[in-house]
Each structure stands twice: as structure tokens, then as C-alpha cells.
Design a binder for this molecule. Structure first.
Ligand code: HAM
Length: 415
């Protein structure tokens, strides 16, 4: 028996209906903020991610699904979508379009992580990027968008953590200091952190290894290294958030697992998720386009919500409006003529927005059993007598009540 590959899964009905509701809600929130959909390919040249996300990150060094194509090129299943969006922005000269470019995406991402609750090798993200503007106004807009989207999905109890990782200049000074300080603790660090202390010391800050924690606590705070410009930017973001009534906690250790960030980084955490509690991550990436070889700058900020985790939170919160929608009508025909009459009525009902299943002709008892298992709100009983009389039995499957209706009365009688 061939089964789904480890770390991947099938989303089956009725749960897939809740996924659809969440996606429809997200699209509606994006529309309300004037964000438009971009669809980028699922695979890209490997160099896009190794340069964009960073060689020393876990994603690039351990987790990418990379393969050689038949023409010798190296390709990778996208582990995230920000690098792809910026590639598309540069490739299509979107910088020539006036104003801030507001783009959103939904779709699968691939990382070869150790699977556990809320962590998969194929997972789904709902994300957005605001590109071409380095104003803190956009940082606040993006965070407000996430907050609105989570609220629209019935999630009101997430925590927002924010930080500034500075610009190239201030981060350079901070990283030099970290390197210096970490060199004194090298033998006490975990093996991964020993390597990173030399190659990419910022990554030591988000080490989850308990062995590293006492050392991480002694390391300097990035806010003491921010230059004037970075401080002003961060203060403005905080002010805008306060002004919009969005609660946040500043966490100076929030450096995030991707190398492209500058200035603002943020995460939304949610209690119902267990160890994998980050429901959304994001931040500003002012130098990303240049690191991908672009001469055109594309300062931007964005986020990605982990859709699998969002769905876990929605299933936990059970907000109204996110239940799978039941079938409106199960048509139960007792003869071939009744089947044809039922199929004609179904055609008209579907055109006015009702969902209808027409069963093949059969015995009434069996049909009613099927109708009740289908979860439909109503069943329509049709036999030759009903066709002759022009009246059909509309049975409310919740109450058991049955009333005779004409074809014309049918849609109105179903509420
Ligand atoms: P990220 O923090 O790597 O950021 O991922 C964002 C979210 O995707 C996480 O908070 C989590 O909810 C979800 N996620 C990540 N890995 C997995 C996994 N293996 N299984 C299930 N869910 C997962 C990014 O991807 C950036 N592109 C965000 C961004 C957009 N920054 C700027 N613009």
C-alpha cells in the first residue's frame, strides 16, 4: 500500500470546507486592504533561496528539497515565498508601477523538518508583501492586516511580539560584538551554536537548545546597537500600533530564522498550538532585492501565516460561520421518471445558489437513510404519483416534518 509521504497529509472533506472558508475570508481581508494576488512557481532556481534566505539558515543548510534537473540546473521546491515574490517583482520591473505594490499569496511550501503537531514537510502559507516603500507606515499596515485577518477568522487571543534587527550598519556592529562575546563561551555552546557563533552569530539568539540558554541570556541587547535611523523607524512602528489599538510586546531576541530581515521583525503566537506556537512570522527586508543581484532596490515588508496552524486555532476557537456548510437538498427519486424530474429541478435550484445532490432512483427507505447520512437540511421525495399531482414531499431532516410543495415553491420553502 502506498501512503502519503512522511510530513505530508491529505485534507479531506468536511475539513477542506473549513480551509476554503479561511481562504475566502483571507481573500476578502486582502481585498479590503487593496492587496492583489500573485502566483509564483512552486520551484525556483536553488540560488534564489540560498542567496535570499541565507546559506547559514536552517532552511537553506538542512531543509530544502533540492534536485538536479535534466539540463544540469539546480532547482528547489520553494521553502517560502518572499524571495520568489521579490524575484518576480524585479523580473517584471514592477518598480516602474507607481506607488507601493501590495501583493498576497496562498499556497504550499516545502521544508524537510522533523514532522510533529503543527509542523509538516509540505505546509501552507497565507502571506502578503508590501514592496517599494521603506516607511514604517507600511510596517504598521502589514501588522494591522495580520491582526484583522486573524480576527476575521475568530482568533482574538494571539500575542504579537515585535523587534528591530536594525539596518546593515547597526547590525554589523551588533554581530561583531556577538562574535567577540560568543568566542569566550564556545566550548559551552551546543554543536550547532558553536558553528553559528563563527558563521552567523545572530542565529545563536534563536537557538532552542536548552544548553545555549544561559549563554544567550548573557548576550547584549540589539537595541543598544541601533543607530538613530533604526531607533526612529522602530519607535514610529510602535506608535502606529498603539494608535491602532494593537497590543504588542517588544522582544529583543526575536531575530527570526531568515537572513533577509532589516528593521522590524514580528511574530504572532497562539496558545492552542503547543510547541509550534508561531502562527505567523514576518518582517522588513530592505536589502533583499540587491542580494538577489538587482540594481533596483525593492524595500519591503511582509508576513506569512502558517495556514495549517491557523486551521488548528480555528478548529479550537470554533467561530460562527466557519462550520462546513451543509448540503441544502437531497433529491430522492423512486423511479426513472422521478429521477429526470428531480434532475431538472436540481438544475434550477443550483442556479439560485442552492447545493443539491440527486440520488439514482431507488427504494424510499434506503433513499431516506442516504439523505440523513448526507447531512442535508432537506430531502425531496419524488415518485410517479407526485409527478402526476405536481406536488413533491419536502422533508425537513432536522425536524422530520414533511410538506407538499410545487416545483415553483421549492426554493422559497427551503429558507
Ligand atoms: P517563517 O517564519 O519561516 O517566515 O514562516 C512563517 C510561518 O509559516 C510560521 O510562523 C509558521 O506558522 C509557518 N510554518 C513554517 N514552517 C512550517 C512547517 N514546517 N509546518 C507548518 N507551518 C510552518 C517566512 O516564511 C517568511 N517568508 C515570512 C515573511 C514574509 N517575511 C517577510 N515576508
Amino acid at each position: 500500500m502506498i501512503k502519503a509521504v512522511k510530513g505530508t497529509r491529505d485534507i479531506l472533506p468536511p475539513v477542506s470546507g473549513v480551509w476554503n472558508q479561511v481562504e475566502a475570508t483571507a481573500r476578502e481581508v486582502f481585498r479590503s486592504f487593496n492587496y492583489h494576488e500573485i502566483r509564483t512557481p512552486i520551484f525556483e532556481e536553488t540560488a534564489l533561496f540560498s542567496r535570499g534566505v541565507g546559506e547559514e539558515t536552517d532552511i537553506v543548510s538542512k531543509e530544502m528539497y533540492t534536485f538536479d534537473d535534466k539540463d544540469g540546473s539546480k532547482l528547489t521546491l520553494r521553502p517560502e515565498n518572499t524571495a520568489s515574490v521579490i524575484r518576480a517583482y524585479i523580473e517584471h520591473r514592477m518598480d516602474q508601477i507607481p506607488g507601493t505594490k501590495r501583493l498576497y499569496y496562498l499556497g504550499p511550501m516545502f521544508r524537510r523538518e522533523r514532522p510533529q503537531k503543527g509542523r509538516y514537510r509540505q505546509f501552507f502559507q497565507i502571506g502578503a508583501e508590501a514592496i517599494g516603500n521603506d516607511s514604517p507606515v507600511l510596517d504598521a499596515e502589514i501588522i494591522e492586516l495580520v491582526s484583522t485577518l486573524l480576527g476575521s477568522c475568530g482568533i482574538h487571543d494571539s500575542r504579537l511580539l515585535i523587534n528591530s534587527v536594525g539596518d546593515r550598519e547597526s547590525r554589523g556592529r551588533y554581530v561583531a560584538e556577538l562574535k567577540e562575546r560568543l568566542s569566550a563561551y564556545l566550548p559551552e555552546l551546543s554543536v550547532d551554536s558553536q558553528r553559528r557563533a563563527v558563521t552567523n552569530p545572530l542565529r545563536v539568539l534563536d537557538s532552542k537548545d536548552p544548553q545555549d540558554q544561559p549563554i544567550v541570556e548573557k548576550l547584549p541587547n540589539i537595541h543598544d546597537f541601533l543607530n538613530e535611523g533604526c531607533r526612529v523607524h522602530f519607535a514610529a512602528v510602535c506608535r502606529y500600533l498603539t494608535d491602532r489599538g494593537i497590543a504588542y510586546e517588544v522582544n529583543p531576541r526575536l531575530v527570526r530564522g531568515l537572513d533577509y530581515y532589516t528593521h522590524t521583525t514580528f511574530e504572532f503566537l497562539h496558545g492552542a498550538l503547543g510547541a509550534q506556537n508561531a502562527i505567523c512570522g514576518g518582517g522588513r527586508y530592505n536589502g533583499l532585492a540587491e542580494s538577489l543581484g538587482s540594481k533596483v532596490p525593492a524595500p519591503g515588508i511582509g508576513f506569512s501565516i502558517g495556514q495549517d496552524r491557523l486551521l488548528m486555532a480555528v478548529e479550537d476557537a470554533k467561530p460562527a460561520g466557519f462550520e462546513p456548510r451543509p448540503l441544502d437538498l437531497f433529491v430522492a427519486p423512486m423511479t426513472e421518471d422521478a429521477f429526470n424530474a428531480g434532475a431538472r429541478m436540481a438544475k434550477g435550484l443550483r442556479l439560485v445558489g442552492k447545493s443539491v445532490e440527486v440520488a439514482p432512483a431507488g427504494k424510499v427507505k434506503k433513499l431516506l437513510e442516504l439523505a440523513s447520512k448526507s447531512g442535508a437540511r432537506y430531502a425531496l421525495l419524488i415518485g410517479d404519483d407526485e409527478i402526476a399531482a405536481g406536488r413533491f414531499g419536502l422533508k425537513n431532516l432536522a425536524t422530520g416534518e414533511q410538506v407538499p410543495v410545487t416545483a415553483e415553491e421549492l426554493a422559497g420553502s427551503m429558507g
